[in-house]
Design a protein around this ligand. Structure first.
Ligand code: S3P
Length: 667
């Protein structure tokens, strides 16, 4: 359109606003008209630098008035994107139907064609003249994407011909994962119309895809029953990483199908690793060996997951290819210098934004990394793990010294994969962990225990809701993770560990918890790294305790998915508690009175709280509802799906009264 306008007028008129409504069907003509056609559909405007601003805004208003969602794009970019998303699928559908119609047994093919053929060929019934014009006018972009498709189909053909089953499976599993990854976006487009007017949808079933999720947490309880919370997030990340680097096939069970672990999985699929699943927590990972990863075609997007980004930064620093790691708005604000700096000392070519934040850009070092001995300034399992994973690609023995014990899942799992990892005690609480580079990982099977960080919500919930008794089954009780149990017991909680056993190198137990009156304490500083993710819900316990609880030495909480000290302080204050946030902790004046032992006296008022898009803040305030005078409305709870996608179902099963709705922004 732009080219023809230029030919006709000598230059493109400034008041011509080129654009493209992405709406329609295979039907054309006046009988196919639909007054709702543009509602919730995208219209792409492709203005030039010379396009008149006022004309542009008039056209924008016109499209918006028929319900469209207007975006602008550079014209060339528009042609390339549409060639891939629309023109190529139409070309393939026309060509497939034409080929099959020309087969001698075409009658039977069409007679017995099932849903697959119907779905794939629907668009071959589109208007031939229009599509003829489109293929011709956008020929360069269509040919470019067609060539890439032809290469892909040729590779698939060859893999089938030569019996390379893993390569075939690789294409299919990657495609399935990508389709599922994007299905929410695709469905949002397709179903936008029906969903537009829905104000509130009761969840527990399934909610629509628009707007952000909010919880209405009504005072519930008591809690009773036995549950198994989903798999451990830290172990789930590591299972994919080490399984991918191993030689052979790793089977994983109990894997957490949460968004963070799925982001790690997608990253490895993008780097050519074939993974079957997840199906009900089971994954089959076809390892590619230490040097078998391939360069992804674009940046690796890691969503909300700090663990994925920090561990991958180390693991990918020693590859023969470059890579860029990106994340969502919250992850894009989190500190990555803590891994980039030691990795640079190992010779990695790694860069962050000036503030030390993502994206993390890694160029291939072009040679093995150099082993280092590194004293961590902060006690961080992510930093330790990142350096150890880079150490696999280093010349020599890499050592990391931790100033206090941090979770040791990486070391345990590396041993499970046959890697030799050494430990040396330096002084009280200070340990050095080391490994020799170049060691081969041998595939193994992994049973992921239930996540103690998810169980923690119910440890506190059953403790504060009078008359409760809950059994949490198969929970990982690695000594580097049990800070929450230690702290709650110091406060007077009744938690019993039964059926202790070891599964795949990780200690596991069933946790029986009964309600108890808590008292405020000074939280021992040595417990901080062992309970780092559980503090938001420990603060809820502290609010229900008698007396004052003080936390110090926990400045790390300020750089988690949100500033957890501030987010919890704000929420607690608005629910009527008296709290004082400090630089590195908080002071909470508990409202529990020993005289009220066993009583249901409310600790929290009802009201609105912000989760700050942080999964653990959202779930913690849901727990507070068990001792609230009225409903607590918690905003922006979508990220609960990053670590605990079944939280609502399990909580309500035990006796919570949680309702989920979508908050729809008014146009
Ligand atoms: C994690 C380590 C912890 C924790 C995070 C997961 C891990 O972070 O907060 O949720 O899997 O190694 P730090 O190591 O930064 O303390």
């Amino acid at each position: 359109v732009i080219r023809i306008a230029k030919e006709l007028f000598g230059s493109v008129p400034t008041r011509l606003v080129p654009g493209h409504p992405i709406a329609g069907s295979e039907r054309s003509g006046v009988c196919a008209s639909n007054s709702e056609l543009f509602v919730d559909h995208t219209v792409l405007l492709t203005p030039l630098a010379s396009t008149d601003k006022e004309a542009m805004s008039t056209v924008e208003c016109m499209w918006q008035s028929v319900g469209a969602d207007v975006k602008s794009l550079d014209p060339q970019h528009h042609d390339a994107v549409l060639a891939a998303t629309s023109h190529l699928p139409h070309l393939l559908a026309f060509s497939l139907v034409d080929t099959l119609a020309g087969e001698p047994e075409h009658r039977e093919i069409f007679e017995y064609a099932a849903g697959g053929f119907r779905d794939f060929s629907r668009i071959a019934a589109s208007d031939p003249t229009m599509w003829h014009d489109i293929f011709n006018s956008n020929a360069p972009a269509v040919l470019e994407v067609l060539d890439r498709f032809t290469d892909g189909i040729e590779r698939l053909r060859k893999a089938i011909e030569t019996g390379e089953r893993e390569a075939v499976l690789g294409v299919l599993t990657r495609a399935k994962a990508a389709r599922e990854h994007f299905s929410e976006v695709l469905e949002r487009r397709a179903c936008g119309q029906q969903k537009r007017h829905a104000q509130k949808v009761d969840q527990v079933k399934k909610v629509d895809n628009m707007g952000s999720i909010q919880y209405a947490a009504k005072p519930g309880g008591p809690l009773n029953g036995a549950i198994r919370v989903p798999g451990d997030k830290s172990i789930s990340h590591r299972a994919v990483m080490l399984g991918a680097l191993a030689e052979g096939t790793t089977e994983v069970t109990g894997w957490l199908e949460g968004e963070d672990a799925l982001a790690t999985l997608q990253a490895f699929r993008d780097m050519g690793v074939t993974v079957k699943g997840p199906t009900e927590g089971c994954l089959t990972i076809h390892g590619v060996g230490l040097n078998g990863l391939k360069q992804a075609s674009g940046p690796l997007y890691l969503g909300n997951s700090g663990t994925s980004m920090r561990l991958l930064a180390g693991l990918l620093s020693g590859q023969a290819f470059g890579v860029t790691l990106t994340g969502d708005a919250s992850l894009s604000k989190r500190p990555m210098g803590r891994v980039a700096n030691p990795l640079k000392l190992m010779g990695a070519q790694i860069a962050t934004e000036e503030a030390g934040t993502p994206p993390v850009v890694i160029e291939s070092a072009g040679r093995p990394l150099s082993a280092i001995e590194y004293k961590m300034p902060v006690a961080s399992a992510q930093v330790k793990s990142s350096i150890l994973l880079a150490g696999l690609y280093a010349d020599g023995e890499t050592w990391v010294e931790e100033p206090a014990p941090t979770r040791d899942h990486t070391e345990r799992m590396l041993k499970g994969f046959g890697v030799q990892v050494s430990r040396k005690a330096v002084s009280q609480g200070v340990t050095r962990i080391g490994l020799q580079g170049g060691q081969t990982l041998k595939a193994t099977n992994i049973d992921v225990p239930a996540d103690i960080s998810s169980a923690a919500f119910f440890l506190v919930a059953a403790t504060i809701a009078p008359g409760s008794e809950v059994l949490l089954k198969h929970v990982g009780v690695n000594p580097t993770r049990v800070g929450v149990i230690n702290i709650l017991r110091l406060m007077g909680a009744e938690i019993e560990l039964t059926n202790r056993r070891e599964i795949g190198g990780e200690p596991v137990a069933d946790l029986l918890v009964r309600s108890a009156q808590l008292k405020g304490i000074d939280i021992p500083v040595d417990q901080v790294p062992l309970a780092i993710d559980e503090f938001p819900v420990i603060f809820i316990a502290a609010a229900c305790a008698e007396g004052v609880t003080t936390l110090r030495g926990a400045e790390e909480l300020r750089v988690k998915e949100s500033d957890r000290i501030q987010a919890m302080a704000d929420g607690l204050l608005s629910l009527g508690l008296s709290v004082e946030p400090t630089e590195d902790g908080i002071v909470i004046h508990g409202k529990g009175q020993s005289a009220e032992q066993g009583s249901k006296a409310a600790i929290f008022s009802g009201g609105d709280v912000e989760s700050c898009d942080d999964h653990r803040i959202a779930m913690s305030f849901a727990v507070a509802s068990l001792r609230a005078a009225d409903t607590i409305v918690i905003h922006e709870c979508d990220n609960v799906a990053t670590s605990f996608p079944t939280f609502i179902e399990l909580a309500n099963h035990l006796g919570f009264d949680l309702h989920v709705s979508k908050c729809i922004e008014q146009p």
